[in-house]
Write a protein that binds this ligand. Structure first.
Ligand SMILES: CSCCC(=O)C(=O)O
Ligand SMILES: [Fe+2]
Length: 184
């Protein structure tokens, strides 16, 4: 089961897809380095699968974050920073346990692609990809955040063309093999 994925408007304004023909295949984000799994947080097999992913990818750290006004301190401020286009020096790994929200990523042509993440979806954004996040109309999402070792959540807001991680990412995206090999 793949997530719903579609293009946003020219200025990245929020936009729902209007008909299923507008939906994009998962490969459109895999080619820019995004990885995706669907697990079912209510099933024990999923726990095993999560453990396997964590072991294989070295995700030793995890915590939980609930994004809603009464559970998240400085909610408005945090939402604003999540929605401000940024990169990280490391992967961003999120597993949705409840609720839903939108992860927006820039494609090769710098256009916004929206990925609608719901319960059971696990997404990995590669280091250096421009992205942002926003809750959808449910206004609630519970996420597991994973990390290799001690977590670093530092966000570098765009522009970051001189950041070495950004430069490495751009090289991978432009190369013929880079992310094609990483995707499964
Ligand atoms: C809290 S999940 C998504 C927001 C984000 O991009 C981030 O935390 O860096
Ligand atoms: Fe981020």
């Amino acid at each position: 089961m793949a997530p719903l994925i579609w293009m946003l408007g020219e200025n990245g304004e929020e936009k729902s897809f209007e008909n299923p023909n507008e939906l994009l295949p998962l490969s459109r984000v895999e080619e820019i380095g995004v990885l995706y799994w669907h697990l079912d947080p209510k099933k024990s097999e999923s726990e095993e699968e999560l453990t396997k992913i964590r072991r294989e990818r070295g995700y030793s750290y995890f915590d939980l974050i609930e994004i809603c006004p009464d559970k998240l301190e400085n909610y408005e401020e945090k939402l604003k920073s999540f929605y401000c286009e940024h990169i990280h020096a490391d992967e961003e790994i999120r597993y949705c346990l409840e609720g839903s929200g939108y992860f927006d990523v820039r494609d090769k042509d710098d256009k916004w692609i929206r990925i609608w993440i719901k319960e059971g979806d696990m997404i990995i954004l590669p280091a250096g990809i421009y992205h942002r996040f926003i809750v959808n109309s449910n206004n609630y999402i519970k996420l597991m955040r994973l990390f290799i070792g001690e977590p670093v959540w530092t966000a570098y807001n765009r522009p970051q063309e001189d950041h070495p991680v950004r430069q490495e990412y751009v090289k991978n995206v432009k190369g013929d093999t880079g992310f094609a090999l990483a995707a499964h």
